[in-house]
Design a protein. Structure first.
Length: 456
């Protein structure tokens, strides 16, 4: 029984996290030096994300013979994402106003070290809507892949998917090649995910070794407030959203337990994007819908970051005895709707987004981030976990809206099939659903079915 359990990825990741905490606590210098191990795992997996997203979206779009479905799906997704983001901003605001973790600190902003903010601004997200739009369009076709950003790749994939659908049978050779390449990518990714326990070990050892568990004590109320706000968002907001669409949140989270543990260990949501895509397909979601919604959510639905932005900003105001008016708070929330979208799903992006927000919001001192830089890493896990959970639930909800999910498969996988899913994925299993809408224009590629719009 024990031998069988040790073969499960989530058990291995748990062991890696526990060992990382132990090493970082008892051997802090050695643990801090293991940062490269965690960073290496994230980088190795991240290099696979752009081509996997491209292949998934292209094959998904070509399966949707009605191009209006794509715009409708994206429109509904973005609408849901912004509603969730607004709710998360309000929840973070309510938590910090109710608990007031910064009250009574009486910090003089003039005595704060601004170097942490200066370092973070180098990787700050776009500070205007125009820059954000320009950031989506890559300078060259292949530049989107070299930069490793999801949104430019998403744009190219949508354009190529529409193009292949337009030319019909003339594009079969290209589509077959993309399908074959997709098989290769998922097989390689299956091997790379075996390194997840090592990556989680290195990342956790660095966090504890570098900052020490004692750093939690000095600002423990802030960390507790943030975790309470994230838990409230997941349990109440996502729980109600799931329940109203015939889903049980705990079943959904149980199904994605391996991915959530990897996010916990690495403090990053990006390494699990391909696996979440595969599992959504295994749950019965059509590739065309899951492939559009999930990658889009990784840039437009960072609810953990949104909670963090309001909570951290108001904490700095409380600590520095700065009183903000209702109008100033409302303006700050509007600004965060932009800065939260510019943050990527990598470790530390929430802190960068916070600096970007304070930089263009003169009422709060940018140097105030020095108060939380030492504990930011301990909040990074909750940010990434909350955003990942939100994107999973949102993808399932949009699939239900679009009637793009097999309800019987979904019910079976969530109640029984989850026990066998890990075995399938461990072999690089690339699950493909039948996306047909009654058409017979299927193409068989290495045992997989794909579709292309019928030639006109």
């Amino acid at each position: 029984m024990l031998k069988k359990a040790l073969k499960l990825l989530y058990v291995q990741v748990l062991i890696g996290v526990a060992l990382g905490i132990a090493v970082g606590f008892f051997f802090p210098d050695f643990g801090a030096g293991l940062k490269v191990v965690g960073d290496l795992f994230v980088r190795v997996v991240k290099m696979m994300i752009a081509p996997i997203v491209f292949c998934t979206i292209v094959t998904g779009i070509t399966s949707l013979t009605d191009s209006r479905k794509i715009g409708r799906t994206l429109g509904k997704s973005l609408g849901l994402f912004y509603v969730l983001t607004i709710l998360s901003l309000v929840i973070g605001l309510a938590a910090v106003l109710l608990i007031q973790p910064g009250h009574g600190m009486h910090i003089d902003p003039a005595h704060l070290d601004a170097s942490a903010a200066a370092t973070a601004t180098k990787g700050a997200p776009p500070d205007s809507f125009a820059e954000f739009i320009l950031h989506i369009v890559p300078e060259t076709f292949f530049g989107a892949f070299s930069e490793g950003q999801v949104l430019p790749v998403l744009l190219l994939a949508v354009l190529c998917g529409f193009g292949l659908s337009k030319i019909g049978r003339a594009g079969l050779a290209v589509l077959n090649g993309i399908n074959s390449f997709s098989h290769l990518l998922f097989a390689v990714f299956g091997y790379l995910m075996r390194l997840a326990p090592v990556g989680a070990f290195g990342a956790m050892a660095f966090t504890v070794g570098k900052y020490g568990l004692k750093s939690i004590g000095s600002l423990g109320l802030l960390i507790a407030t943030f975790y309470i706000a994230c838990a409230f968002f997941v349990i109440v907001v996502l729980g109600i959203l799931a329940r109203t669409h015939g889903l049980r949140l705990w079943q959904v989270l149980r199904y994605f337990r391996e991915e959530l543990l990897i996010v916990l260990g690495t403090s990053s949501s990006e390494p699990v994007l391909p696996r979440v895509l595969m599992k959504l397909e295994r749950l019965g979601c059509r590739r065309g819908v899951a492939g559009l919604v999930l990658p889009t959510g990784y840039s437009f639905n960072l609810d953990g970051t949104a909670i963090y932005l309001t909570l951290a900003s108001l904490f700095i105001a409380q600590a520095c005895d700065i009183t903000l008016s209702f109008g100033q708070i409302a303006a700050m929330l509007g600004l965060m709707l932009l800065t939260s979208k510019g943050a990527a799903g990598v470790t530390g992006s929430g802190f960068v987004a916070l600096v970007a927000t304070l930089t263009v919001f003169p009422s709060l001192p940018v140097a105030g981030v020095a108060l939380i830089v030492g504990i930011d890493r301990f909040m990074s896990e909750a940010r990434a976990l909350t955003s990942t959970m939100s994107n999973i639930v949102a993808s399932l909800v949009v699939a239900k809206w679009e009637k793009a999910v097999d309800e019987q498969t979904l019910a079976y996988e969530l109640t029984t099939g989850y026990k066998h899913t890990e075995e399938v994925l461990e072999h690089g299993g690339d699950i493909l659903q039948d996306d047909s809408d009654g058409d017979d224009d299927h193409v068989e590629v290495d045992g997989r079915r794909s579709e292309v719009a019928a030639a006109t």
